[in-house]
Design a protein around this ligand. Structure first.
Ligand SMILES: Cc1cc2nc3c(=O)[nH]c(=O)nc-3n(C[C@H](O)[C@H](O)[C@H](O)COP(=O)(O)OP(=O)(O)OC[C@H]3O[C@@H](n4cnc5c(N)ncnc54)[C@H](O)[C@@H]3O)c2cc1C
Length: 349
């Protein structure tokens, strides 16, 4: 079948992957270039820290996010295996997605233990998923964490490296017709208009993120991140700070890099990070990792998360048209399971 996909974010690339693997003829329309730089208008997926946190994200997405997220963790592992056999890598240890499922940690300062309980009550307290750690168990998991914190281990959670994952999904699909610099100007069941050309498909998949606000009730929620170079800093799993004021996490990336994120601001402003956000993110990270004092700020980035009115994913399948949107702050976490469901409902897998 002929499939037209509008948007080459995480959803678009995963949809292209599965449709191409199933033998369909796939064309992807994307206004930005294949690997755009920070602070340009581009998929939210490029800016994301890449946390895969089905339990911690229940705070804002409840059981829907947990269940889709847990399914996605299994699907990311399958995808990792598939990409390993499709792409050249420097060595077997290198994941083409930068995937690492080493659990994650949630921590809070002793003075914030009360307010942390409010968040913990929203999560899945099943000990198979979340355990409170004794002080002596924290250091082996994150040796550079300040010693006076309360901590919880979230089993099976992890992270991937969004930039690597976006690039690998593109590189693995030479058979896909990638139309970079091509906006989908109009979308209907079985049809896309781009650059004045009207093209027909058996199925159209609309995964334009905030670019779909002309037809869907979707808004952008501003998020800012800071990328550090921290030579010699040892961290193998994401750490999330529970704080009454801030949502802050630190995620390790290859080459001694750390992503500190992310603000969540009800605004569609894409301008660079503010002084206040910079101070809050760095102060919060420094308060739990004093060793970050000598880290270097490599760059900052700002982007918009696509969100619906209830901040839950939106999916609609009608004859000839699939629309998926609103993956909000958990797009990397949810995308594989959401794509699996949508393509299954459409009979495309
Ligand atoms: C700061 C920040 C941190 C985040 N951290 C995490 C995290 O740790 N874990 C996690 O799971 N999620 C995270 N997210 C959320 C995640 O990045 C998003 O949920 C996800 O990228 C949404 O995927 P998408 O494919 O729907 O949209 P996008 O990734 O935004 O992709 C949409 C694509 O559609 C294209 N497009 C727009 N208009 C058109 C058009 N007219 N025609 C064709 N194409 C068009 C855009 O250029 C873009 O490439 C974070 C997001 C931000 C901003």
């Amino acid at each position: 079948m002929r499939i037209g996909i509008a948007g080459a974010g995480v959803l678009g690339r995963l949809a292209a992957f599965h449709c191409a693997k199933a033998g369909h003829d796939v064309t992807v329309f994307e206004p930005s270039p294949p690997s755009p730089g920070p602070n340009t208008i581009r998929a939210a997926g490029w800016t994301a820290a890449g946390m895969l946190s089905p339990i911690a994200e229940m705070e804002c997405g409840g059981p829907v996010v947990r269940d889709l997220g847990l399914r996605s963790l299994a699907l990311w592992q399958d995808m990792d295996k598939a990409l390993r056999s499709m792409l050249p890598r420097p060595c077997d240890a290198v994941s083409p997605l930068g995937l690492a499922l080493n659990d994650s940690l949630m921590v809070c300062h002793a003075s914030d233990a009360g307010s942390a309980q409010r968040i913990l009550r929203l999560l899945d307290n099943d000990p198979d998923h979340m355990i409170e750690l004794e002080a002596r168990d924290i250091a082996p998991l994150a040796p550079m964490l300040k010693g006076t914190l309360h901590a919880w281990r979230l089993k099976g959670e992890g992270h991937l490296h969004p930039t690597e994952a976006m690039s690998s999904l593109h590189a693995a699909l030479p058979q896909v017709n990638w139309r970079w610099g091509a906006r989908a100007d109009a979308i209907e069941p079985g049809g896309i208009v781009s650059n004045g050309e009207s093209l027909r498909f058996d199925w159209v998949i609309d995964v334009r993120g905030t670019g779909a606000s002309d037809t869907l009730d979707v808004r952008g929620v501003r998020g800012e991140v800071i990328v550090l170079s921290a030579l010699g800093f040892v961290l193998h799993r994401p750490v999330r700070l529970l704080h009454p004021r801030w949502r802050v996490y630190i995620v390790p990336h290859p080459d001694d890099r750390l992503v500190i994120g992310a603000t969540e601001i009800e605004s569609e402003d894409r301008s660079p990070i503010s002084v206040q956000s910079t101070m809050e993110l760095l102060s919060a990270a420094f308060s739990i990792f004093p060793a970050l004092a000598e880290a270097r700020v490599l760059w900052t980035d700002t982007n918009l998360r696509p969100a619906t009115h209830d901040n839950l994913p939106y999916m609609n399948v009608e004859d000839g048209l699939i629309r998926i949107n609103g993956l909000f702050r958990h797009g990397w976490l949810l995308a594989p399971a959401v794509i699996e469901k949508a393509l299954g409902d459409a009979g495309l897998r």
